[in-house]
Design a protein around this ligand. Structure first.
Ligand SMILES: NC(=O)c1ccc[n+]([C@@H]2O[C@H](COP(=O)([O-])OP(=O)(O)OC[C@H]3O[C@@H](n4cnc5c(N)ncnc54)[C@H](O)[C@@H]3O)[C@@H](O)[C@H]2O)c1
Length: 258
């Protein structure tokens, strides 16, 4: 696949990990279409990134094959092609399993799993037409493997992302399109800083299962995306890489009440 001046689509790019990925690809000399539902933040981000960035506002919760094709068409209109897709947009609903709302389950699966499928399909069609391969990265989570009792839809969506990545990878590698995933641990995005890390107890819990002794920075996830889409990962296909400070490999003990 082409390695310089690539045309990149990043979803969920108004903030957090998506914005960090967009910044990294721009810094590496690529052009990026930032996709998000948060219009004001998205336009401000694209504006700040300069003339190698464009914005596309869309609600991925209601994505269908036509609107997925429209995102790709808008990338091709802006940049003439599409070389990389970062399926990053995601959401989480938290509730005890027995109280978990049906609409929260449906919407989480729509944004976190169905939209990446539809967009992956639309982008792959474009890449196959171009004939020189490409790279797709799906943003998963340690929760593709690890369970938390009050996030059933999120965990199911990320578990599904693992198999979506695997099936896309084996289906698309004959076309020179490499598909992989990233499964971050706790990364200090604004959202995490302003929610989980506000409570000392929650902070303690997170750090107690993070051998690195700190949360990750968004740039430490963006660098994995850059690697997976670049020539150093030319033989990496269908993998989920976990930038998680050692959380996945920790055989930790759970405190037992006296
Ligand atoms: N931050 C972490 O610690 C962490 C850990 C593991 C996995 N992840 C994953 O990384 C990805 C990004 O997470 P983040 O921490 O940057 O979250 P975030 O909430 O800061 O950003 C998510 C972005 O996705 C966008 N988005 C959500 N729903 C959308 C919709 N319906 N249509 C269009 N855009 C929509 C939001 O507007 C937002 O800009 C998610 O898939 C998340 O599951 C994050």
């Amino acid at each position: 696949m082409r390695q310089t001046d690539r045309a990149v689509i990043v979803t969920g790019a108004a903030q957090g990990l998506g914005l960090a990925c967009a910044e990294r690809f721009i810094a590496d000399g690529d052009r990026v279409m930032l996709v998000d539902i948060k219009e004001e933040a998205l336009l401000a981000a694209a504006d700040r990134l300069g003339d190698r960035a464009v914005a596309h506002v869309v609600d991925l919760a209601s994505l269908n094959a036509d609107s997925a094709a429209a995102i790709v068409a808008s990338c091709v209109e802006a940049f003439g092609r599409c070389d990389v897709l970062i399926n990053n947009a995601g959401m989480i609903v938290q509730a005890d399993f027995v109280d978990f709302p049906e609409d929260g389950f449906d919407k989480t699966l729509a944004v976190n799993l169905k939209a990446p499928f539809l967009l992956g399909q639309a982008v792959a069609r474009q890449m196959i037409d171009q004939g020189d391969g490409g790279a797709i990265v799906n943003m998963s989570s340690v929760n593709a493997e690890l369970a938390i009792p009050n996030t059933v839809a999120y965990a199911c969506s990320k578990g599904g992302m693992k198999q979506l990545t695997a099936v896309m990878a084996v289906g698309l590698i004959p076309h020179g399109i490499r598909v992989n995933a990233i499964g971050p641990g706790t990364i200090l995005t604004d959202m995490v800083r302003q929610s989980v890390m506000q409570s000392d107890a929650a902070r303690q819990t997170i750090l107690s299962r993070t051998p690195a002794g700190r949360c990750g920075e968004p740039s430490e996830v963006a660098s994995v995306a850059a690697f997976l889409c670049g020539p150093d990962a030319s033989y990496v296909v269908g993998q989920t890489i976990y930038p998680d400070g050692g959380r996945m490999v920790l055989n930790y003990t759970v405190p037992v009440p006296e």
